[in-house]
Design a protein around this ligand. Sequence first.
Ligand code: ADP
Ligand code: MG
Length: 386
Amino acid sequence: MHIHEYQAKEIFGQYGIQTPRSVLINNLSEAESACESVAGNVWVVKAQVHAGGRGKGGGVILARSIDEVENACTNLLGSNLVTPQTDSKGLPINKLLIEGGQNIERELYLGLLVDRQTQKITILASTEGGMDIEKVASDTPDKIIKFSVDPLGTLSVKDCEYIANNLDLNDELINQFSTTLLGLYQIFIEKDVSLIEINPLITTKENKLLALDGKIDFDDNALYRHEDIFDLRDTSQEEEKEILASEHQLNYISLDGTIGCMVNGAGLAMATMDLIGHHGGSPANFLDVGGGTTAERVAKAFELIQTESNVKGILVNIFGGIVRCDLIAEGILQAIEKVGLKLPIVVRLEGTNAKEGLDLLGKSEFSVHTEADLTKAAIKIVELSK
Ligand code: ADP
Ligand code: MG
């Protein structure tokens, strides 16, 4: 689950991480008093959307008067922000953060994530903050400092100082850096975070270290332990289809291809998408209906796929391990009738009662193409979707 910058900064504050003074607003009428409470004479108006690269997309605006702040608010509120990290539609701007403009000296990067290769929490730090850290990592990997934390140990002040020294921070900033990094680490552990990032972490002309931006992604599988975090969810930033899918325990991600996919199991879904690509097609979605799926869920899944306007055909790929393929076949037929499905559809069933399932589909009044072999099924749907 993603949260907004202002929410991340609120959590930072609870863990001793310094951020610039800022006030969140929902309406233009709140802008003036927000500027007054922030104080100063330079402000930055920041669109609150669940995507990075806001600066590049015009969602971070420097303003030198209250008039300029209000102009920025008028332009941003109610519009959609397109950034290099969103699709072409962008994300709706419903809230703005009015923040004090800072005298930036350096822009650093600091982040923590779980490194799947080492299976450890890994700290990433760089002197090249503020810009695309992925680009820094690929073009100049030596500019990224990597530090793994022993899962049985903990992060010490010494570790923090070691990293700070590699970032060329002076003594006073080193202390602030340790507080910041220890805070991030504590948030990471306590809140079941999958990624936490400050980009940029700035040093100011006044010799302060401040988190100018904040990003926290939480592990969805652990959200049941953190009701307070779940309350931070903003569904206006999520795809409608993905919300609908999560309500029915379907794992769904929209893509821009033409072949709708319905598969049980995430790994099998990935393999199915690869195979479609291999044979010249492109998937319209990733959809995992779950290992122990039911006929009802299959019907919901069809409804979802059907709402995608770019879909020209559907490939169903079910491996009957826990589920019985004949029950799935019945579910598919019911769903086709209920949803009024007109698109070409290829069904591949394998595993428990696969033969019975395929027979049922073959005998039905609907024109469902059946296949026991996945490669043949992929070739067939690519052909039918042309
Ligand atoms: P994003 O990463 O989504 O583009 P950031 O919050 O990182 O958004 O802002 C982008 C850039 O805008 C920063 O790298 C910084 O240079 C500038 N910026 C952001 N907030 C402030 C601020 N309060 N004062 C001065 N400059 C800012
Ligand atoms: Mg940023």
